[in-house]
Design a protein around this ligand. Structure first.
Ligand SMILES: [Zn+2]
Ligand SMILES: [Zn+2]
Length: 287
């Protein structure tokens, strides 16, 4: 597909590749998945020739500044909740009729001509989404959105690790935050008790990618905060809420080695048999 487009348009293969979500391979996920749902990418819910999910977000300010409006690649990511240039929250649907943004539908019915509407016009209700309300962001949101954008851009989390490892750890923390399992109840309650985090509740849907922008904003803000001051904040929170190694490392396919090491070294609770071995060793050392 990319090769064919490159041939037809005479645009270099790499330039077109950079426009696709596959270009996030090894940056936010290991491998792109064309058949199933893709981690971090908002699902479109393709049904016949339309999209049923709010899988494409937009910044109304960016769109109104564009000479020819266009949708940015990053607006398809669950990791994007705010525009750092315009200091505003992204929208994930038409604010006038709540329909998903399906700009290509504007051309339906125009077989031989092109619709006079721009791609910034809602196909359902005709609202110009450039005029959408500009939501100011919560304090802290622009800070962590900038941090996420930098990690994606530099493909590294500071000088600690490759970016995909950071995002794997972040994904695991997000699982704790939305879990309804009793194991994580204390963990979530503890986080909510921090007044400066300003949260009353955390969303608990099964999939992070199905959260709306506001829900992702809250969850990402907290998950990024937990990974700050690594590993001390994470260890303290887990210890205080009695999360052990086995719970923290549960149900995961890929976790970075530094995350596993911290969980093994700091959160492990010895079993009864391990405790008796340790007691015997302590006795031996005394003699
Ligand atoms: Zn913007
Ligand atoms: Zn609409």
């Amino acid at each position: 597909m990319i090769q064919r487009l490159s041939l037809l348009t005479e645009i270099p293969y790499e330039t077109i590749y950079e426009l696709t979500l596959r270009s996030y391979e090894k940056t936010i996920f290991e491998q792109s998945n064309t058949t199933n749902k893709q981690k971090w990418v908002l699902p479109l819910g393709i049904y016949h020739r339309t999209w049923t999910n709010n899988g494409l977000q937009f910044c109304p300010v960016c769109l109104s500044k564009d000479e020819e409006p266009y949708f940015r690649k990053s607006w398809r990511l669950g990791l994007s909740v705010a525009c750092t240039k315009c200091n505003t929250l992204l929208h994930d649907c038409c604010p006038n009729c709540n329909s998903p943004v399906t700009f290509f539908r504007s051309d339906v019915g125009f077989k031989y001509t092109v619709s006079a509407n721009t791609i910034a016009t809602c196909w359902q209700c005709g609202f110009d989404i450039r005029n959408s309300f500009r939501y100011p962001t919560v304090i802290g949101t622009i800070g962590y959105q900038t941090k996420i954008n930098t990690i994606i851009k530099t493909k590294h989390w500071q000088d600690r690790c490759p970016s995909n490892e950071y995002f794997d750890a972040l994904y695991q923390i997000l699982k704790f935050l939305r879990s309804t399992s009793p194991w994580y109840r204390h963990f979530v309650e503890l986080i909510m008790s921090y007044e400066n985090l300003r949260i009353r509740s955390l969303p608990t849907k099964h999939e992070f990618e199905k959260f709306n922008t506001i829900e992702r904003e809250i969850s990402l803000r907290i998950a990024c905060w937990i990974l700050e001051e690594w590993p001390h904040r994470f260890i303290n929170l887990c210890k205080e809420s009695k999360l052990t190694t086995s719970i923290v490392l549960k149900d995961t396919q890929s976790l970075p080695p530094w995350f596993i090491t911290v969980a093994n070294d700091h959160l492990h609770l010895p079993s009864a048999s391990e405790k008796s071995i340790m007691r015997m060793q302590a006795k031996k050392q005394k003699h």
